[in-house]
Design a protein around this ligand. Sequence first.
Ligand code: GUN
Ligand code: ZN
Length: 438
Amino acid sequence: MNTLPFHPIRAYRASLLRFDDAGRAVFDTDGLLVVDSAGKVAAAGDYASLKAQFAHLPAQHFPGRIIAPGFVDLHVHYPQIDVIGSPADGLLPWLENYTFPEEKRYVAGEYSARAATFFIAELLRNGVTTALTFATSHVASVNAMFEAADTAGLRIITGKCLQDRNCPEGVRDETESSLIDTESLIQRWHGKGSRGQLGYAITPRFAPACSDAQMRGMGALAAKYPDAWIQSHVSENVDEIAWAKELYPEDASYVSVYDRFGLLREKSIYAHCIHFDDADRALMKARSAAAAVCPTSNLFLGSGNFDFAAAQSGGMAHGLASDVGGGTSFSPFKTMLAAHYVSRSTSRSHSQAKQAVTLSPEQLWWLHTAGAAKALALEGVVGNLQIGCDADFVILNPQATPLLARRTARAESLAEMLFALIVLGDDRLIEQTHVASS
Ligand code: GUN
Ligand code: ZN
């Protein structure tokens, strides 16, 4: 008799990729993944070693395929699916001319719901099973996203974007009601969903668009709800940084503005963090905050390059993110490839020499799975396939295109295989995406 509350119910056999606690890739050429009735990983490892134990479970066999953790997108904007690829001179005109006009439309629940459904389908098509996404400043946009995520059983963290100044009517909110709405939404959605997978993120758009009173109010909510996430933008673009300096002249730096208001803490994720100095990185580290690195967005908007070497040596937690619609693709393969280019680049935006760091393919993959999960304080929950993790996974087909088939057949090591997938891969590589409930 089985006395465990949850019992193994499904098994999948294929090559299997996961990560150990030190972030090293673990790969079984012929592996087995066993999922229990709660949608968690019950066993993962070499098929030959596990097959006797799970002989009663007929394994679905995927020869030639790779089972890998579902990807974690650490920063994305679901209301910007129709903004991707909009030409602009840089961040601020891009916000003004494309992003804010589009986001105004999300005042309508039906418009938001259609976009949310499309967005979730696009995440799944690209193998993304956890996302920290902005909504707009409209409550309807938050409800629509949580409802769509709940229907799909997907782990989504989102929140109402707060922006009570320096932005146009239609997206600008009002200080007091924005804080009241945020608290009601936390109470309605945080920790809810069919398996408790929905999470709330307190979401200042960025300090230049928030009044002192709004920042203070968000800091109070962050203290009252320490389990909620915080997401925002910082130090992305030189004009934005100069503007933040004008608006907050007393603060030592842009990121210390968030700190002064109590918005820098564990479970806070700041997108970009490009033009940081060592003191900024040390502050992020001291507060256990994490950076969402958005390479396709930074390249597209000409914002600058994230300094991977300095982040590593300074111990600032970071993970990868699409940042759609500043970012150009939902595909984690495109994001990892862009991160590779950036990590290799030796020119810094301030034209000083910069130490290049070569991220291995395993590191790039970790930064978009287990590493991104760690940044979210969801280590051991998502982004990996160790025992106890949510069984959120993808089945990759390395023969998905003629070129992929040809190149991966020549791979002589795990690093070569993963790099070929990163360089040549896109949504065609994702044959199936499973979330814990499916
Ligand atoms: N800073 C403030 N808002 C945004 C946004 O929507 N996208 C990006 N990339 N940066 C921002
Ligand atoms: Zn963003």
